[in-house]
Design a protein around this ligand. Structure first.
Ligand SMILES: NC(=O)c1ccc[n+]([C@@H]2O[C@H](COP(=O)([O-])OP(=O)(O)OC[C@H]3O[C@@H](n4cnc5c(N)ncnc54)[C@H](OP(=O)(O)O)[C@@H]3O)[C@@H](O)[C@H]2O)c1
Length: 269
């Protein structure tokens, strides 16, 4: 098997679908395991991957193994993998807040890569950032890059930057959805139906992201370009500035990054 996935939930399904749809691997080259046999059976039926009877079977069968269980389940899974005596494997963990050294110490000689993907991976619009462990090779990094490129954009950074990454691109979809939801509430009060407001707001968010990316525009320049003196945008921006939304969002990212550091046992600098 080229690819094995342990934990067949939402993110695993996104990875498996992305890999198959992009043509990186065929379904027959992928296997998976999950403590929930019904969920595993459903995914195997939907995607055509091989359902394994244990996590150990997955790592022993696969060239690359992705750990896609929740962070609180990682220690149980890695002790099963240690017992399977799977050595010198490439293990890619997407578990938020689980440090590379935790997995490296548990699975002897494993080459470990830690990835922080995000929810838009489910629709191919993801942002994944990975950090390589000390044993991971350049070829391993290329494997991670190719794998997560099937789900969107990929960037390699150092592990110490992953807490800020977790706050911005990992949790970011929820923060942006919060802002969008509030703007929709405002538009409904101004007379639009929720359905129409949702369409306008999501397309506006999508188009704004596309414009900033494709033209390489600085967000401050975009704000200045949309807001003409004494116009509608300027009137709205005055309220945003007086409500201290900028400071609130800075604090939001700080709180999420702090929580990520706490979860990974690093604490605050
Ligand atoms: N969702 C996101 O937006 C996102 C973003 C970035 C990173 N991540 C990371 O991605 C990982 C997976 O998240 P998810 O949202 O895909 O979670 P999920 O949908 O809950 O999937 C995890 C799966 O693992 C199964 N599982 C639990 N213990 C297991 C074990 N010992 N052996 C095998 N399978 C086991 C779970 O079964 P049960 O349901 O029966 O427990 C579940 O089916 C997490 O570590 C998360 O931090 C998620």
């Amino acid at each position: 098997m080229k690819l094995g996935v342990i934990g067949c939930g939402k993110m695993a399904e996104a990875i498996i679908r992305g890999v198959i749809e992009s043509g990186l691997h065929r379904s027959g080259e992928i296997c998976g395991s999950d403590i929930n046999r019904r969920k595993l059976g459903r995914l195997a039926k939907k995607t055509g991957i091989l359902a394994c009877s244990s996590n150990a079977e997955v790592i022993l069968k696969s060239g690359v193994t992705v750990l896609a269980v929740k962070p609180q389940d990682i220690s149980k899974v890695v002790s099963e993998l240690r017992a399977a005596k799977a050595r010198s494997r490439l293990v890619i963990s997407i578990a938020a807040g689980v440090r590379i050294c935790t997995i490296q110490q548990a699975i002897r000689n494993a080459r470990v890569i830690r990835v922080m993907p995000n929810m838009p991976c489910l629709v191919g619009g993801g942002m994944s950032v990975f950090a390589a462990g000390s044993r991971a090779t350049t070829a391993d990094c290329r494997v991670a890059q190719r794998l997560f490129n099937c789900l969107g954009d990929v960037l390699q950074l150092s592990e110490k930057q992953l807490d800020a990454v977790t706050a911005l691109s990992g949790s970011g979809p929820a923060f942006l959805a919060y802002c969008l939801d509030s703007m929709i509430d405002g538009a409904v009060r101004e007379g639009l139906s929720r359905r129409i407001a949702l369409k306008l707001a999501t397309q506006t968010m999508f188009g704004t992201g596309k414009l900033l990316r494709e033209l390489g525009t600085d967000p401050a320049d975009l704000i200045a370009a949309v807001a003409s003196a004494k116009g509608t945008t300027a009137a709205g921006l005055t309220v945003l500035e007086s409500s201290c939304l900028r400071q609130a969002l800075v604090r939001t990212i700080r709180a999420a990054a702090k929580r990520s550091r706490n979860l990974s046992g690093v604490g605050n600098p």
